[in-house]
Ligand binder design. Structure first.
Ligand SMILES: Cc1cc2nc3c(=O)[nH]c(=O)nc-3n(C[C@H](O)[C@H](O)[C@H](O)COP(=O)(O)O)c2cc1C
Length: 199
């Protein structure tokens, strides 16, 4: 059994990325995945304080809800991360989580001394995002950030679902084809983790 962690990074209860990730989770579960969900907006998580309390053990020294998330991030085989685009990058909720994962970066590169540029990732990540506008570069900033975040988690960016022209809460419901794609991608993600594609 492969287990997947799904992280919701929208501040909205029923945000566009929330609905997309929910469909991906349903697809993965239908395919047989064990999926745990984390909604960042309901957690109490300090930003990184840059004190490097993590440098002895690779564990963040700030005692808040991140501690449980850290364990889940280490335990999962695959991560589905959803965030809206805020000023050409991920939401603040998502970025706070990423910065707290500096502890995992420290674990990987300082404590375990993994060489930089090593590319044999054991785990996989899926990124789901939405923005209101339609510019060619809308997702460039977030993709760079997500790629290096996944690297710190020892994960490759397996795929990303990026949707332009979604602004108000629920706008994605006008595009059932986006939700269908998310659902199918959730299934495929599980198959990519297991190395078994029945189609
Ligand atoms: C603080 C803030 C910053 C935003 N910045 C951008 C932006 O840089 N580019 C863009 O196209 N949309 C931007 N948006 C719009 C959101 O990306 C868009 O509404 C998205 O669908 C929200 O996804 P969600 O419903 O999952 O939260 C911004 C919205 C907010 C509230």
């Amino acid at each position: 059994m492969k287990n997947i962690l799904a992280i919701y990074g929208s501040p909205r209860r029923k945000g566009n990325t929330t609905l997309l990730l929910k469909r991906a989770v349903e697809g993965a579960r239908e395919a047989g995945a064990d999926v745990e969900e984390i909604v960042l907006r309901v957690l109490t998580m300090s930003p990184c304080l840059e004190i490097y309390g993590c440098k002895e053990t690779g564990r963040c020294a700030i005692k808040d809800d991140f501690q449980a998330v850290y364990d889940q991030l280490l335990a999962c085989d695959g991560l589905m991360l959803a965030s809206p685009i805020f000023f050409y990058t991920v939401s603040a909720h998502t970025k706070i989580l990423m910065d707290r994962c500096q502890s995992l970066w420290v674990k990987r590169y300082w404590l375990e001394k993994t060489p930089f540029g090593k590319k044999e990732f054991k785990r996989k990540g899926l990124f789901i995002s939405a923005g209101a506008t339609r510019g060619k570069k809308l997702f460039d900033g977030a993709l760079l950030t997500v790629r290096y975040f996944f690297d710190a988690l020892d994960m490759e960016l397996w795929n990303s679902l990026l949707y332009r022209g979604l602004d108000f809460e629920g706008d994605v419901l006008k595009h059932p084809e986006y939700l269908e794609e998310a659902h199918a991608t959730g299934r495929r993600f599980f198959h990519a983790l297991t190395g078994h594609d029945p189609t």
